[in-house]
Design a protein around this ligand. Structure first.
Ligand code: HXC
Length: 257
């Protein structure tokens, strides 16, 4: 394991990244974020990997950006180094990423989960943007992605008061796709990832791209983009195979061609 702050393994076609600073509730320091980007890039460029899972431990997915590292920064240092820029790269990975969230996902930890494509929550998960209690505000997409996920009123309340919400509320508010018992979280996340990783990767990546495009643009632009992607999939062998298999009543064998 060539990482100090992560455990990085693979199971079949799934890449698994475990945030590994348990003594600090997986607080996201500079090293962790740069290692996370390195691990994600490695899986993205690995043709043997079709989906990625990011998880933490029972107590915390991640309790935020590392306050002990951040607290002495001046404006000039923060702006000059643009130290949050590496967070943006996570959303640009083309392969689907599942956040398997147990325990605390706070501040930058909640923002990291929201940069992933699917959030699966353990029944003990807690989400929040408590930055306001530190005299700052979310800075890695919290005011934007949380609002798109749960709507304005709840995002305002959570960001303005720092109130945390538990898994059930997060599911009701559409922040997470599903809740699973804490001791089944990783197994379930790996199952979802494995399912995705064994489908046609062109279709998978285009779906991710089209859904994300919709968040960045208008409905008309988004549907036009989707239509183009849809037609282009008819240039793949996997489309011929997928449809032939349906007609022949057999399982398709996708070859990512
Ligand atoms: C650095 C952290 C940390 C963090 C926890 N720790 N969160 N260190 N940065 N964000 C450390 C604690 O200092 C402590 O270290 C150890 O982890 C265990 O935490 P405790 O507080 O003792 O645990 P507990 O009492 O169970 O409380 C859990 C908690 C609390 C409620 C989650 O740790 C907490 O409030 N953490 C901060 C949450 C937060 O404000 N997050 C937003 C950060 S700002 P020691 O050495 O004492 O054992 C942010 C900015 C985002 O994320 C903007 C752009 C990305």
């Amino acid at each position: 394991n060539p990482y100090e702050t992560l455990l990085v393994t693979r199971q079949g076609k799934v890449g698994l990244i475990t945030l590994n600073r348990p003594h600090a509730l997986n607080a996201l320091n500079t090293l962790l974020i740069s290692e996370l980007n390195r691990a994600l890039k490695g899986f993205e460029t690995d043709p043997g990997i079709g989906a990625i899972v990011i998880t933490g431990n029972e107590k915390a997915f991640a309790a935020g950006v590392d306050i002990k590292e951040m607290h002495t920064k001046t404006f000039v240092e923060a702006y000059g180094s643009d130290f949050l820029a590496p967070f943006d790269k996570i959303g640009n990975i083309r392969k689907p990423i599942i956040a398997a969230v147990g325990g605390y996902a706070l501040g930058g930890g909640c923002e990291l989960a929201m940069s992933c494509d699917i959030i699966l929550a353990a029944d003990n998960a807690v989400f929040g943007q408590p930055e306001i209690n530190l005299g700052i505000m979310p800075g890695a997409g919290g005011t934007q992605r949380l609002t798109r996920a749960v709507g304005k009123a709840k995002a305002m309340e959570l960001c303005l008061t720092g109130r945390m919400m538990e898994a059930e509320e997060a599911e009701r508010a559409n922040l997470v796709s599903r809740i699973v018992p804490a001791d089944e979280l990783l197994e379930e996340a790996m199952k979802v990832a494995d399912k995705i990783a064994n489908l046609s990767q062109h279709a998978v990546m285009m779906i991710k791209e089209a859904i994300n495009r919709g968040f960045a643009t208008t409905l008309a632009e988004g549907t036009r983009f989707e239509r183009g992607q849809f037609y282009s999939l008819f240039a793949t062998e996997d489309q011929k195979e997928g449809m032939a298999a349906f007609i022949d009543k057999r399982k398709p064998e996708f070859k990512n061609r």
